[in-house]
Write a protein of this length. Sequence first.
Length: 467
Amino acid sequence: MKRFLIRTYGCQMNVHDSEKISNLLHHAGLRPAAAEAEADLLLINTCSIRDKAEHRLYSDLGALRSWKSERPRRVLAVGGCVAQQEGDTLLGRFSHVDFVFGTHNLRWVPSLVEAALAGERGVQVEETSSPERFDLPERHPAYAGERVGRAFLTVMEGCDMFCSFCIVPRTRGREISRPAAGILSEARALVARGVREFTLLGQTVNAYGRHERRRGKETVAGTLGFAELLYRLTEIPGVTRLRYISPHPIFFEEELIRAHAELASLCPHVHLPLQSGSDAVLARMRRRYTAERYLAIAEALRRARPDIALTTDLIVGFPGESETDFEATLRLMREVHFVDSYSFKYSPRPGTAALRLPDAVPAEVAQERLERLQGLQRHLTFEAHRARRGQLTEVLLEGLSRRGGRQWMGRDPYHRVVNLIPPPGEPWSVGQSVRVRIAEATPHSLIGEPLDVGQAIPFEECATGIA
């Protein structure tokens, strides 16, 4: 057993879980394979937020029978949300799968690999409320990660909201917040390795610490208020950008909004899931806020940071959604002027309350609404991009652009993709900051002209778009 490969489906939490697994396997003596043909171990880290992702897993597992049989002692494993949801059912359905591990059991992966090599098939999907599941080893010296200069930072996991459409409480468990000391320690270690931008992760990330504080256990559990955690992180020398995803509207406290006004390194971008602009649909979704309350949060964020970029999640075709409900969503999209959105047709998920709701929306109606919504979003995105022309910004380089040639791409503080070409003779590297003037807007990204290389523009200047 020498080489491993991880396929990852789903959200940023899944991407970061795959990074944690990769680090654990490095500590166990394995190294990444360049391609599946070279891999001795293949892990699929799954998503079950929509049925399409779950069906993709089953299709992939069927196709991997031949991969498994090509070489003796190959190991095939399934982790993530579908693994947590289905458990040993996956072993019964797919005889060539060696082990299954859930979202709370990443640290057991190396021992499950050893057991598989000894001929044992295993399942590890037990839930735990212990913060010990956050106690993972620091980055192995041989593991650089794929996000040079940037890193995810888990601050909490699980969800207690039980929205009627969402399977996450079943696959990720109940809310648990990580002690602040561990978060700050990991951030300092990553800064020492060159990380400058952190994205804080949690299913309802701004609910961080709320149970422990409410129960009066702050000194025992070691958590803080979410805004206070942001302030502590910005005090670490070397932290130049800070983001978080995904917050829930009902946990947007005044302290968090004030942080956007006061913390220069807190990026002027918030991804704030809306799901629907109709109060009737929001009530059936059990979202616990109204369109008016959502709009008030957006307005408060804009008062705190006038240039803030707001993005969101939207669901169309939820049971009982009328044309009037859908029009309310379009109206709120225009009012907030989202810079971007992730939009989907409602997908029934096992064990969720929405399965019992009447008045299913016909598939063709949901599809037509999705296309109208996405058409509006393309218009809003292009408008937002055109308004950026002539502005200065700072781009953190992520690598060569998919457009090919000499063009690079990176993201600015607003989380927008910026494509740019290095000046002749200027060697660029991933993780480098480049000062840029926005020269051109496209419907999906921005085109930048580099002004100089290797020098960070003052964050206050780049974030306010001074031309």
